[in-house]
Design a protein around this ligand. Structure first.
Ligand SMILES: [Ca+2]
Length: 174
């Protein structure tokens, strides 16, 4: 049998700590069997938000704040070793701040074996310049940004707050 060959139709589930299990039905020919623990199951990654909408000033300050704001969670089957999470939030945030265009932030989770799962969250900003000092704009901006840090803010509430801010900006400019 070829090394590491997967046998179609077979799934071995083992909960044993035996060190001397005998798989040899022919005592005249020794059979050496090596068990290799190989986790092939990638982690799960979930977020409560698929899009994070914010004013430029209301963007989460760092990766940890971003992950909290989008309700990030992960699970994995592996009992030995922890999964690690990384994102490109910092660079994406800087790009979005620079030109105001929405971009995807990619969240990557890698388990201890190296299996990875990614999930993206759209990062969308509303630029309040050049009317950011107008009272109505500031009020609408605060209403939107208060929802940024709430991972359970509903899409409908965020959409309403975004539209209200865009309207306040438009009104201030005319
Ligand atoms: Ca795993």
């Amino acid at each position: 049998m070829a090394a590491d060959k997967v046998i179609d139709g077979y799934t071995i589930t083992s909960d044993t700590t035996d060190t001397a299990t005998n798989y040899d039905d022919d005592t005249s020919v020794a059979q050496d069997v090596t068990f290799v623990y190989r986790d092939t199951q990638a982690p799960t990654v979930t977020t409560t938000k698929t899009e994070l909408v914010s004013s430029k000033d209301g963007l989460p300050a760092d990766e940890a704040a971003f992950l909290s704001a989008v309700g990030y969670a992960t699970t994995d089957n592996q009992q030995y070793g922890d999964s690690t999470v990384s994102t490109d939030y910092d660079s994406v945030m800087n790009d979005v701040k620079a030109d105001g265009k929405a971009r995807e932030v990619t969240i990557t989770v890698k388990d201890a074996t190296g299996n990875t799962t990614t999930k993206t969250v759209m990062l969308t900003v509303v630029d309040t310049a050049p009317v950011s000092q107008e009272a109505d704009v500031q009020t609408a901006q605060k209403n939107l940004d208060d929802l940024v840090s709430d991972p359970n803010a509903s899409d409908a509430d965020v959409a309403t707050a975004k539209e209200a801010l865009e309207q306040a900006i438009q009104d201030a400019q005319t």
